[in-house]
Write a protein that binds this ligand. Structure first.
Ligand code: TEU
Length: 538
């Protein structure tokens, strides 16, 4: 398999508005990120993925862009961005930007022109129809919005304020490619391509049988032509890393985006775990890992992540954030960093930050959650019940400010944070983590070090030894005669695991574990709650 820097990398996602506020306005900013770069470097990070910081009315936290060539005031300005890039590179790290090109803001000058009249030259830059079909958008009951001025509907896959661009229009594509070159010529190291599987729309927009199953929004014919063109005209001319956000795909479909012979993207986020596995489901998780491994290995590259700015913090959703928070955070980290694919860390994950439950909908900011809340309450449902039903998956679970220390607002800001801090910041914060040698933080650091020293962790073949085990996940990674065994007890109680024959005759050396000692007799491992071990086999 071809070795590349981005397969070996560990990526850290910075949701800058919640990372560190340098000027007291309650929003994190690029200057704040610069001030914390040493923290990120010390963890061992290779690549930073920065969420969108372009000019935006901020209806969907920067995913509604009104000027691709400017930095939004909350984040800073272009001079600060340039300094950020320089400081990232100075520390031997790389920076990838979010690329949001399925849609713009309705305040983008292109859309303002497009909506102004039916014969405006930019009319065709967006998608206009006389009649809507029955599709829902991600965030609203209809994917179409009526515009009085010209008496037609425009199409939006997300919020009303995020009209979709018409990728069929060549001028649109050329304009986007030009903008991508602008950023790449500044020296950024790649893109995370937002909602990239949505670029192509089906001819004629036929009604869906079940409008609630919004898979119709993605993976429509033509999407690969656009990506291949983008590759040809832009991507292939730079030594960069690209990761596409591709929801609702099978490994077979996924391979079309990342196949090494396809000239599209390097890797993808598929959402079979985050979108389609609401709570921890061990057998299903194992099946997902196995299928994706078999589908991609040797042909295209996978990513590993269990949370991001859209998905509830992993220790809350897939672990135990109460009794076994520390053990569980370390187990999940072991999983993400030892399964095949590039691992992603979402800010705060490395100190075991948890989700939140605010008492009132007013304390939430997430447009997806707020729209859904309004829709359900309007149907006559009990508001309290609706709130409770939306809490676990609210995107704000991951978006509360980074917890730096135990001072007011967790040291995130001297002002009033744009979103409330998680009340547990007095116990869970970076200062505490750095002072405790057994913290989640130092465990991440060791995992990342291991990856740098052991190619088996990146390029080793994968074999699941525990397909039908409900609690234990045991698998090997193997490369050039080096064999590792990973054993995880994803469970609140003790379990015994007897090693299968193929590993039992080998001698074992513990490389990393999340308990201070190891309990085992011969080939029988006594695993405590959320215990994780990585062994080298000889
Ligand atoms: O998310 C796009 C999106 O499609 C996600 O909902 C995705 O499908 C995945 O399943 C997560 O559930 C991106 C951004 O990450 C999100 O924050 C934005 O709101 C959205 O695009 C619109 O730009």
């Amino acid at each position: 398999m071809k070795r590349t820097w981005w397969k070996e990398a560990v990526v850290y996602q910075v949701y800058w508005r919640s990372f560190f506020d340098s000027n007291g306005d309650g929003y994190g900013d690029l200057e704040g990120l610069i001030q914390k770069l040493d923290y990120i470097r010390d963890l061992g990070i290779d690549v930073i993925w920065l969420n969108p910081c372009y000019e935006s009315p901020d209806k969907d936290n920067g995913y509604d862009i009104s000027d691709y060539y400017r930095i939004m005031d909350k984040a800073g300005d272009m001079e600060t961005f340039d300094r950020l890039l320089h400081e990232v590179h100075k520390r031997g790290m790389k920076l990838i930007m979010d690329l949001v090109v399925n849609h713009t803001s309705d305040q983008h000058p292109w859309f303002i022109e497009s909506r102004s009249s039916k014969n405006n030259p930019k009319r065709d830059w967006y998608i206009w129809r006389d009649k809507p079909n029955n599709w829902r958008s991600y965030f609203t009951p209809s994917a179409w919005e009526y515009d009085e001025q010209t008496g037609q509907y425009y199409f939006h896959s997300f919020a009303v304020e995020q009209p979709d661009l018409n990728w069929e229009n060549e001028e649109v594509r050329e304009e986007i490619y030009k903008m991508m070159r602008f950023w790449l010529d500044k020296g950024i190291d790649g893109f995370r391509l937002d909602a990239i599987a949505l670029l192509a729309k089906p001819k004629g927009f036929p009604d869906a049988e079940n409008p609630y199953d919004i898979r119709y929004l993605t993976n429509n014919p033509g999407v690969h032509d656009y990506l291949q063109e983008m590759h040809e005209k832009v991507l292939k001319h730079y030594d960069i890393f690209t990761v596409g956000e591709v929801a609702f795909v099978s490994p077979e479909e996924g391979l079309k985006y990342v196949g090494e012979d396809r000239n599209e993207l390097h890797t993808l986020f598929h959402f079979e775990v985050c979108d389609e596995m609401p709570t921890w489901d061990p057998i299903r998780f194992k099946q997902i890992q196995k299928r994706w491994y078999e589908g991609l290995w040797g042909k295209g590259w996978n990513s590993q992540f269990l949370n991001n700015h859209d998905h509830t913090r992993q220790v809350t959703r897939y672990g135990n954030d109460k009794q076994f928070r520390v053990e569980s955070a370390k187990l999940l980290a072991t999983l993400v960093h030892t399964l095949p694919g590039t691992p992603y860390i979402y800010q705060g994950e490395e100190i075991g930050m948890t989700g939140v439950k605010f008492d009132s909908i007013d304390d939430y900011n997430d447009i997806a959650m707020k729209n859904k809340y309004a829709e359900e309450v309007a149907k006559g449902r009990d508001p309290k019940e609706v709130l409770e039903s939306l809490q676990l998956l609210s995107r704000d679970n991951s978006r509360t400010p980074m917890q730096w220390d135990d001072s007011e607002h967790a040291g995130f800001t001297t002002g009033t944070p744009w979103l409330k801090v998680n009340p547990n910041y007095k116990e869970i914060n970076v200062k505490q983590a750095l002072a405790d040698p057994n913290s989640v933080y130092y465990y991440y650091k060791k995992l990342i070090q291991l990856r740098k020293q052991n190619p088996v962790m990146v390029y080793g073949t994968f074999r699941d030894l525990s397909e039908n085990e409900p609690y234990i996940y045991a698998y090997t990674r193997e490369l050039d005669g080096v064999r590792w065994l990973i054993v995880l007890n994803h469970c609140d109680s003790d379990n015994v695991y007897t090693l299968p024959e193929e590993t039992s005759s080998a001698s074992r050396r513990l490389l990393l574990g999340n308990y201070t000692d190891v309990k085992e007799e011969g080939t029988t491992l006594h695993m405590r709650p959320h215990e994780a071990r990585i062994y080298a086999l000889q």
